[in-house]
Write a protein that binds this ligand. Sequence first.
Ligand code: ADP
Ligand code: MG
Length: 702
Amino acid sequence: MIEASKLTEEFGSLVFNDKIMRERLPKDIYKAVHKTIEKGTHLELEVANCVAATMKEWAVENGATHFTHWFQPMTGLTAEKHDSFISPTGDGKVIMEFSGKELVKGEPDASSFPSGGLRATFEARGYTAWDPSSPAFIKDGSLYIPTAFCSYGGEALDKKTPLLRSMEALSNEAVKLMHLLGYEDVNRVNTTIGSEQEYFLIDKDFYKKRKDLLFTGRTLIGAPASKGQEMEDHYFGVIKPKVSAYMHDLDEELWKLGIPAKTKHNEVAPSQHELAPVFETANIAVDHNQLTMEVMKKVADKHNFACLLHEKPFEGINGSGKHNNWSICTDTGINLLDPGKNPGENLPFLVFLMAVIAAVDEYAPILRLSVASAGNDHRLGGNEAPPAIISIFVGDELAEVLKGVEAGSAYKSTGKVQMTMGATVLPHFTKDNTDRNRTSPFAFTGNKFEFRMPGSAVSVANANIVLNTAVAEEVARIYDKLSSYKGKDLKGEVMKLLKKILADHKRVLFNGNGYTDEWVEEAAKRGLPNLKSLPDAMPYWISKESIDLFTKHQIFTKEEIHSRYEILLENYSKSIHIEALTLQEMIRKDLTEGLVAYQKDLSREASQKMTLLDKNSCKLEIGILKSLDKSSEAMDKALDKLDKDTKKAEKMTEALKTAAFYQKTVLSDMDEVRKYADEAEALIPEKYLSYPTYGEMLFSLR
Ligand code: ADP
Ligand code: MG
């Protein structure tokens, strides 16, 4: 346990961070590494050798015996293969060694990672390459080195490589534009991300008894408990002692790994919680989010919990997301999405704000796709998460600023409004310049945008790759239009251009309630896409517009785009396939076992009563028996259809058609089965069931 007074020392104690490098590396080597990190310059082998030796020394002092290249293949998970530092000396002894070559390059046998046809399976070779911009760390006795992962031919097979490329593309375009606007000291622009992570905690014993949670991460059957989230008594509620102990332990583990966990609270649904870190550079933030998810599960296990990261673990109860707070900041310290005191006059702010608005409108289908998964599709569009329609909330003050842009008149800030609460003892403070809108998928929140569609289980890399690239494209277009202008009144010219961009894209702005049917109608009138599922959105990924965007900015090659298309579709179909099989197994074995046992007891009870008394004495039992019989008959029929359709899907070969079949047919078959299963389950007492009910799972945490 970390004592509060030691926290500043313990934070990052397992990280090979800048401070350690400065203390331990020779000055010139430290400088060279820094240049690589800051400017992305190539690292010489002799520098790598020195860094490797120092890293090993530090790692061994801190209890590490192994090292691993840590990467993020297209499975959405992280991957690692551990090698020890030992090297035999020939006299039966060993020394601990780690070379620059081993630090810089790894060669995992990559044939079993998804490549989407980029590689024939016999071409097993893949490479991992050290990413010096994300610090190495120690976990479970190994030195973890963050790396990018590519094929023998150099194609990206991971999420880190395109993310780094997209950060660079945005930086390059933004720097050009900033120079044009007169900010010549800007050399680099950084994407910053803070991703708020939602999760559920349930008792570990419960988790182990449910095949659906074990195999698919979500419950596939389960009658609702008599109480749900309608009392709104969980959100920000008192944290229960066992959960509090978990959160405490989790914070400490994260802090040691240098992850700036900051906020924790109960969420809307029972047993649902959230953790938010302080924002960091995109690449590090994404690595840290992957690690956070892993540590969440590990610490949960220690506390006898299971941590559920699935987007929709329970039907009828809010699912979990990962709000992606996103901004861009220059190396001179200007947050380009900070409106400042006078937003109407703040040219960089206005220009970048408009670039974001244009990017989100123009590339909405790809942005939607960046958060699509079998899990997240259950969440988007429900009355809890943002709708599948992408719109932007800008809030009152920015709406006024934009009106000014439209009218060609400058907006004058009214200044901050004093908040008075009617009791003199309470402190006075100023109000934020806008209220919040919880229903918007893409909301301006003061000095950043909050993209609320990403799902809780997946890496936020995809969302940020698309966001960075789309904004880079709009910034490039703004630069192109302005750079040809040779006159004196640059500001006037910028405002004219912004007015035009606003006119083209203002359909995406929406400050109202995104959960209503009226909005769905209104959005359709405005021509905004409403892509409900991954198969609906997928064709946009390989559209000309998408290929042009990603190839122009060198984020993906055409082949890489196609490989990701295959991988996403295959992954989607496989997930639903596993769900379909699990549902069948759970019903045929677990639910049926309980159902039959209960029916047997009920019938015995009823027939005893009947012989002792009369027919009327067992009305209740017979009523339940009849209901159970009706439900199980319908369930059996629905199961047969599910079984037939699942087998049909197995034989399909074309990826998009198969995914669409799983979405339209198999998922609705599963819904149908569930309807009757839940009807039956609702009548069966808990003691007959081998698995825990919704009520037990959601309301028994202490
Ligand atoms: P809110 O109350 O709007 O959720 P917070 O200040 O609690 O705002 O921030 C939510 C998340 O946004 C945190 O992870 C925070 O670090 C992150 N954040 C704040 N500023 C930025 C920024 N400039 N860029 C990216 N993320 C940011
Ligand atoms: Mg928030």
